[in-house]
Design a protein around this ligand. Structure first.
Ligand code: GLC
Length: 747
């Protein structure tokens, strides 16, 4: 055994408790501290941010975990040095934000949500785990399971959208992908589900802002996806930054103990978000870090991410009887258990292996999968007169726009991914055999006044008006002498992600001007849109014949886009979040309540309904919507019986036919509506999905089994139960379908 193995031995639960008994209070408290990996990357630890934050040498020596540093060689060296110095040779945990891939970057989670295939999420996370484990990481701060119904919020890109059922399916699949059956196995890492709870509903869509939700909405809409991840065995939960019931989640005992521990039965580690313990002072919940530490620890936060609040104050708080050493022991034991589950006491390096890292990172198999997943995540919103696919490789194609030949196809949350590894649209189209392509950027990515929060490395070049004018002219001239235009436009990748809330969710004005200019000389415009959020696409919808949403497609983006534009692959993505008519409609989601004056009851131009005076109620493109290069026809919804008793099931079936002239995949969606309840019930809720692949002319009967569990909700008495009465089953291609049947629940 090498020196490191002599120092750490196999431990199981009672040995962990024995280890805990041997640890000093200082050692135990520092197990609850997580430090930035940069503090270890050079020996000048005690200068700069570390010193400003009040850390000392002992914190470096005893901290329980580290975040945001990776690399097999780096982490092995760090682990060895740390264990050698630690009094009980307890290994460090290495954690990082592997949000949608490690080095091989996959589509953003909002895009993967559009595949309506949780298996795709599972495989992306399994590959991310394999690459990051080889690079020495143990835990990822993922999946982000926050339900989001507000496209102004920049972190919508990290979510899988607006739907409770879909988010739960994807959260479960992500944990399965990261952790597998046993997180100790090679190529597996622990998942940390975040941000608990309801971070996706900030008022005004403004980052870190207060959340106002009633308990029923919290429990019925926002908690299920976290619960799904916890039921799948997620090793950690991260507390959210924002307030709920006017108490920051970091100090919210109702959320972190009453709900998370007692009702949702989570037994793993709860970690704060970045410096969130100290932020309790800024929230106005505490006057000092000591008070903040007391509130956070008392609420149920085990690990303090990147502040010295716990390390500096827990001992005093124990002495003063504000918290108990018994509770500190319980928190430390959860951290030790996580390390034990990962097998770090047997092998502190786990899978860190330079050779394996070189072999698996960005390997051909992973790239091919990234390409497959990206193509399945794209959503075709419009395709007038079958402009797409562009099958004639000899056609004169004008490839125009800031994304025409730009590698920035990964999101702001691709911490270890690199733009240089990405395939551009131009590269993808050339690779796909397009012979007659000319490229013009046409305009800058963002408008001069736009701010990117200091994240944009280098200039985005918008300051030179003359240059911008020439770019525009060259692009319009090119469009004029071309058969078709592929216009690659969209948000800058730093216009979404954390701290990227936008009140204007249109594409940058310069890009809109370019689109209009091209439209004057060529109507055959296919807009390929890069975005981290649903956008207000009314202007694009006016001028583009085809609209393909590619989100931030990841490392293989250009190849995947070429696969779809060429028709090699048929688009099958469906919106996991509706695109609003405009920002004024937000929050908008399909599972809304009827209200006492639904628009459908308005007669003779009456105004007294739940409607706007100036826009429609409906989003521009609804949840579940997406086109294919073929067409699908649905038969009526058939039920094998129209009465459901408590134990009996009902089989709902529908026949789907491919009436077009090419193979295609259709995502059959099943929604249920509870006509009346002891509380108001959503107009409909997604309860089942089935992806079918059909050849031209082929039909398939798709069945959904309905059971009483699907009908449960939090009743007026707060019980999770179903109530007798009339239900409607909708089965169709998106959340607007009127294809329905009716049954009665009798209890
Ligand atoms: C960030 C994010 C959180 C992330 C953490 C560590 O502020 O809110 O999602 O996991 O800090 O980087």
């Amino acid at each position: 055994m090498n020196s490191i193995e002599r120092k750490v031995r196999i431990r199981n639960m009672d040995k962990l408790e024995k280890l805990l008994e041997q640890m000093s209070l200082k050692e135990k408290i520092n197990q609850l501290l997580q430090l930035p990996g940069s503090y270890y990357e050079n020996d000048s630890f005690l200068t700069g941010p570390a010193q400003e934050r009040g850390f000392c040498e002992d914190n470096l020596k005893l901290a329980g975990s580290v975040l945001s540093v990776s690399g097999a060689g780096t982490l092995k060296a760090l682990q060895k040095k740390y264990i050698d110095r630690h009094p009980h040779h307890i290994p460090l945990l290495f954690m990082a934000d592997i949000i949608h891939g490690y080095k091989t970057i996959f589509p953003i989670p909002l895009a993967i949500g559009c595949t309506f295939e949780p298996e795709i999420m599972e495989k992306c996370c399994a590959i991310a785990a394999k690459e990051s484990a080889a690079a020495g990481l143990h835990v990822t701060f993922s999946p982000m399971a926050d339900l989001v119904r507000d496209a102004r919020w920049g972190r919508v890109m990290e979510s899988t959208g607006e739907d409770v059922y879909l988010n739960s399916c994807f959260a479960r699949a992500a944990v399965r992908g990261y952790q597998g059956e046993n997180v100790k196995e090679k190529g597996k890492i622990a998942a940390c589900v975040k941000h608990f709870a309801a971070y996706g509903a900030p008022e005004g869509g403004r980052e870190y802002n207060n959340v106002e939700l009633c308990d029923a909405t919290l429990k019925e809409d926002y908690l299920p996806a976290y619960q799904a991840a916890i039921d799948e065995g997620a090793g950690m939960v991260m507390a959210a930054f924002q307030t709920f019931n006017r108490i920051p989640a970091t100090a919210n005992k109702y959320l972190l103990t009453d709900i998370l521990r007692k009702q949702m039965h989570f037994q793993g580690v709860v970690i704060s978000d970045w410096m969130a313990v100290h932020e309790l002072v800024l929230h106005g919940m505490a006057d000092t870090d000591k008070e903040a530490a007391m509130l956070a620890f008392g609420a149920g936060v085990d690990v303090d991410m990147s502040t010295a609040a716990y390390a500096d104050n827990l001992e005093k708080l124990i002495e003063e009887g504000e918290i108990s050493e018994k509770d500190v022991d319980a928190a430390v034991l959860r951290v030790l258990e996580l390390k034990n589950k990962l097998g770090l006491f047997e092998n502190p390096y786990k899978d860190a292996d330079e050779e394996e890292e070189r072999r698996v990172v960005l390997c051909r198999e992973h790239r091919l999968w990234a390409r497959e997943a990206a193509a399945k995540s794209f959503v075709l919103l419009k395709n007038e007169s079958g402009l797409l696919p562009v099958t004639d490789r000899a056609e004169k194609i004008a490839l125009i726009g800031p994304y025409a030949d730009r590698k920035a196809m990964i999101s702001a949350w691709s911490i270890f991914g690199e733009e240089k590894d990405c395939i551009t649209v131009k590269e993808g189209l050339l690779e796909a055999g397009y012979l007659n392509i000319e490229v013009e950027e046409g305009c800058h990515m963002i408008d001069g006044h736009m701010q990117l929060g200091g994240l944009a490395r280098g200039s985005v070049g918008f300051e030179d008006e003359e240059q911008a004018g020439q770019m525009y002219k060259d692009a319009v001239d090119l469009a004029k002498r071309s058969d078709k235009v592929i216009l690659a436009i969209g948000e800058h990748r730093f216009q979404s992600g954390e701290a990227a809330s936008r009140a204007d969710i249109t594409i940058p004005k310069g890009q809109q001007e370019l689109l209009k200019g091209i439209y004057q000389v060529n109507r055959n415009i296919a807009a390929v849109i890069f975005t981290g959020r649903p956008l207000d696409l009314r202007e694009v919808e006016k001028y583009a014949k085809a609209i393909l949403i590619v989100w931030f497609p990841g490392t293989e983006g250009g190849n995947a886009i070429a696969d779809i534009l060429s028709g090699t692959k048929n688009p099958s993505g469906r919106l996991s979040m509706g695109f609003p008519y405009c920002v004024g409609q937000i929050p908008v989601h399909y599972s809304e309540f009827s209200t006492g004056r639904p628009a459908s009851t308005l007669k003779n131009g009456s105004r007294f309904g739940s409607v706007y005076m100036d826009i429609p109620n409906e989003p521009l493109y609804p949840f579940g919507y997406g086109l294919s290069y073929t067409e699908f026809q649905y038969g009526g919804v058939e039920l094998d019986k129209d009465i459901m008793t408590g134990s009996e099931e009902i089989t709902a079936s529908v026949t789907v036919k491919n009436t077009g002239n090419r193979c295609g995949e259709e995502i059959v969606q099943m929604y249920l509506q509870d006509k009346t309840g002891s509380v108001v019930r959503p107009k409909r809720e997604l309860k089942g999905i089935e992806k079918v692949s059909l050849k031209p002319g082929e039909s398939r009967e798709v069945k959904f089994i309905l059971d009483e569990n699907m009908l449960r909700f939090y009743t007026k008495s707060g019980e999770w139960d179903s109530e007798p009465g009339t239900f409607f089953v909708y089965i169709g291609k998106d959340s607007d379908t009127q294809n329905k049947a009716e049954f009665e629940l009798v209890k």
